[in-house]
Every structure is written in structure tokens, then in C-alpha cells.
Design a protein around this ligand. Sequence first.
Ligand SMILES: [Zn+2]
Length: 183
Amino acid sequence: MKRLLSAIVFPAILSLGVLQVSDAEDAGSSGSGAAKNPAVAGRLADDAIPKTDAEWKRRLTPEQFEVARKKGTERAFTGKYWNTKTSGTYRCICCGEPLFASGEKFDSGCGWPSFFAPIDGVKGKTIAEHEDRSHFMLRTEVTCRRCGAHLGHVFDDGPPPTGLRYCINSASITLDPDEKDGK
Ligand SMILES: [Zn+2]
């Protein structure tokens, strides 16, 4: 009888443990990063934008921090939005500023979310461009002008009407779907 009991109870404890582990994993993923990061809920006030790496680390997941604050690059075809067709607005993961609209997103096949223009146009004010000579290449880095978050790069092999391809890391942006507004 004792043996029978432990045969029942032990797997139950085990599966409880597994459940707890998966909860803990969720806590490290974008899901709960979302809960801790106020920029996911909306645009931050100017004085609510962190100024130190320690502050950013508290808000962002490790991958978001590495990409957005340390100019990292997520692996192709692994990010949250590379294949997303949902209509909505993509905002900066760090400060919540609207950066790209789904209407300018296109399927580039490169494995990262790609846009032919920022939300306020190619010469707009939301995106800043910087010469990037890292990795033995000459590229144009794009950042959030407001908080300096690294977003990705812009290339001149995009579709009409701009001919540009803003190749953006999913880790640097968060999507507000249109239907959330009750439309
Ligand atoms: Zn920003």
C-alpha cells in the first residue's frame, strides 16, 4: 500500500515541480518582462526613461537588454515578430515610442521584421541613423531617437515606394495590435 501511494504521490510532486519551473521560465521571458516593463503598456514620460544599464536590466529581458541597449542582434527567424502579419503599431521596447506601423511591414525573407519606412516617414523624427563600421562592413544603424535603443539597420534593397529595408530586431520592439482598441 505504501508503495502504491508513493507511486501516485511522487509523480504528482514531480509534475508540480515541473509546473513551477515553467512558471519561472515564463518570468524570464517577454511575458513577465512585459509586466515589469512599463514601456510595453504605453509611451513613457520623458522622466520615466531609465538612464543607467542597471535600470534597463531591471525592466528588460536579458535578450532585450543585449539587443536594444548593447547593439546585439537576435538570430534570424527566432524573434517574436519576423513573421507577424497582425495589424497594429510597433513601439520601442525601451521607451514605448511608436516607431513602425504594420502597413509598412513587408515579408523580406531575411528572418527579421522588415519595414520599408518608419511610422513618420523616411525623413521623420522617430528614427536616428548612424554609420556602423563594425564586423568589417559599412552599414547604417537605426536607433530610437528618443531613448537611443538599438533597433537594427537600414539597407537600400527594400521594395517601393522607398526602396529601403529597415531590418529590425523583434527584441527592440513591442506590438500594439489594432483590435486591442476595440475596433
Ligand atoms: Zn525608445
